[in-house]
Ligand binder design. Sequence first.
Ligand code: SAM
Length: 291
Amino acid sequence: MDGLRGNEWHEANRRSWNAATVAHNSHKRDQAGHLRRGGTTLFPEEIELLGDVSGRRLVHLQCNSGQDTLSLAQLGAVVTGVDISDEAIDFARRLSADSGLPGVFHRADVYDWLATARDHGEQFDVAFSSYGSICWLSDMKLWAASISAILADGGRLVVIDFHPVALMFDERFQLAHSYFGNGQPHKWDDGVSDYVGRAGALLAPSGIEEGVRDFQNPHATYEFQWHLSAVVTAVLDAGLRIDRLREYPFFNAAKLYNDMCEGPSRRLYLPENVPSIPLMFGLVAAKPGCA
Ligand SMILES: C[S@@+](CC[C@H](N)C(=O)[O-])C[C@H]1O[C@@H](n2cnc3c(N)ncnc32)[C@H](O)[C@@H]1O
């Protein structure tokens, strides 16, 4: 596709995320103040999957602008955030300074960062990957094996993301994409959208402002559909033991389809007359050994 490969897809995605991240943050009011006042951007589902993170060395992979990473610092985790987007990591560093919550942030391709961390013998108790991260991974097996290499014995990989079944449907809830993506990139000419501007308060717990209007992303993206057993098999092949696998009938705050019903805790459900499908999944996998 377009003659691009591996890192070139990632670099194209970096440009698209740089543009979109500015638009996304423009809609979120006083994020540092929200965190300083003890506010969080986390949802109950990841808090349940992560368990007690106090004192744990936690790396948040594809952390974007660090709001969730710093919310985890608020819970006592010793956090590192990694993301390919320059804008996102610049913002995360400023948010850490302005909120007074400590965090180390690296701007890097997740694959490059994992390889370097492994070579330097870095070890983490928790690797966390969340909401809209899996679809940017061009090599599922390499991702899982690289995470396994930086987990301490007894350390855990915690994933919460959109379910691959949910990603088969377009915004009109029409079946539009194959379940089995086979690691092939799908090009989106319109790039990362301003979904924060569209979701409004749902994705902005600190409050909403008008911010950037009529955002058009000039940078295309390349995304990857990984079916559930591709993720599970990669995690098992990486030598991790799957302790929990969950499926949820709602999205947390993300309005991926036009017609959705809002429930408590910023959950979005399919309308009542539509048969249910899994919209998100969660996974916890442990590296054998004593923590
Ligand atoms: C939907 S966001 C994830 C949001 C995140 N869960 C949070 O807490 O805000 C997806 C992120 O993946 C990042 N990303 C995409 N490809 C990447 C890569 N190859 N390496 C590192 N980060 C990448 C993007 O820059 C973007 O910030």
